[in-house]
Ligand binder design. Structure first.
Ligand code: PLP
Length: 358
């Protein structure tokens, strides 16, 4: 099934296929939808996550070009940077992470725990910058240093979202449909978080190329729906061109920014409520930057009836667990005002107990 990707160099960074789990208690709490979790949070290397899928192709291309050093970018708590650091360690590549303060958050946990602690553990060098100008200057300096030392640099953009990176999620989505077909399940919707948009672009392109009649619901975590739709369309079109395929129509793509809140890296009450709901019904661990917001979007789409009882939804769990520890003390907060303990079995009525704000 799916397009032939053999022409593209690829390194092996994960345990594929990742599990596809049924989430019946969560589905019941969401008014009786059938929910499945595609567990791309357990990719195998570097604490897992969706960037491994892209890095298999991005670093495959880098090695084919004889790169010995990798430079990439992100926020201080970038999951992409952490997975790149781990992949570089496995492949014996030097890794420099140029990190930009953009999220309005500080403190020892945000600046030193979570992903950034793992970056250092995997042997990457981090360069923390205050703004875009400093980020550009540091990047120029690192490239010049590499040149002076005779090293060959591969530069990866934020989130690894290039046409080549998109191939990772094209491949992942073919994998998902192979699993669904094997179980005899026809989904109504695939719900995917959208940051730098490469993940959603790969999913949407795969649905298009495979001709599947399923909604691709992109839940924005940082940009507006219009900006994100533009990013997804551009990346999917560029990836299709790599395959010699025409620009995809993306007929079933739907982009929803209702759960972004104040901005990237700033969780809302709805984010934490959705995160606790996943945790307390299924023991599933989301993160406050990406999957928690995608989950908040899912919850609201169910509440409004945009996703209907009886529908089958696959929630793409893209990872992010280390970032949870950067968001202390909110992460460890006990349920407010005695509400929000364990969700008892069965019934949507119990869900409101975890969501007193609504
Ligand atoms: C990067 C990331 C995303 C978003 O993927 P994009 O391809 O950047 O849109 C979602 N979830 C997690 C945990 C991530 O780290």
């Amino acid at each position: 099934m799916g397009p032939d990707l053999h022409a593209f160099p690829r390194v092996d960074l994960g345990h594929w296929p990742t599990p596809l789990d049924q989430a019946p208690r969560l589905g019941a709490a969401l008014g009786g939808i059938r929910l499945l979790l595609k567990r791309d949070d357990v990719g195998g290397l570097g604490a897992g996550g969706n960037k491994l899928r892209k890095l298999e192709f991005l670093l495959g291309a880098a090695l084919a070009e004889r790169a010995d050093s990798v430079i990439t970018f992100g926020a201080l708590q970038t999951n992409h940077g952490r997975q790149t650091a781990a992949a570089c360690a496995k492949l014996g590549l030097r890794c420099d992470l140029v990190l930009t303060r953009g999220v309005p958050r500080g403190g020892a946990d945000y600046e030193g725990s979570g992903n950034i602690a793992l970056d250092h553990l995997y042997g990457a060098t981090t360069h923390v910058c205050d703004d875009a100008a400093e980020t550009a200057a540091v990047y120029q300096r690192l490239v010049a240093e590499a040149e002076a030392e005779g090293r060959t640099v591969a530069t990866l953009p934020v989130g690894g979202s290039t046409a080549v990176g998109v191939l990772g999620y094209l491949s992942a989505t073919v994998e998902l449909f192979t699993q669904l077909d094997g179980l005899g399940i026809t989904p109504d919707a695939l719900l995917v978080p959208v940051g730098s948009a490469g993940t959603a672009a790969g999913v949407a392109l795969a649905v298009d190329l495979l001709g599947r009649d399923v909604r691709v619901e992109g839940a924005c975590v940082s940009h507006t729906a219009d900006e994100s739709r533009g990013d997804i369309t551009r990346l999917a079109t560029e990836a299709a061109a790599l395959l010699g395929a025409p620009a995809p129509a993306l007929r079933t793509l739907l982009v929803d920014d209702r759960a972004v809140g104040p901005g990237y890296g700033v969780p809302t009450e709805g984010t934490w409520d959705a995160l606790r709901l996943f945790a307390r019904t299924e023991g599933a661990t989301l993160d406050p930057v990406y999957t928690g917001k995608a989950a908040a979007c899912l919850v609201d789409r169910v509440d409004t009836g945009e996703i209907k009882a009886g529908e089958t939804v696959v929630f793409l769990h893209t990872g992010g667990l280390p970032g949870l520890f950067a968001y202390q003390p909110e992460t460890g907060v006990e349920a407010r005002s005695g509400l929000g303990g364990p969700v008892p079995p069965g019934g949507s009525g119990s869900r409101t107990a975890t969501r007193p704000s609504r």
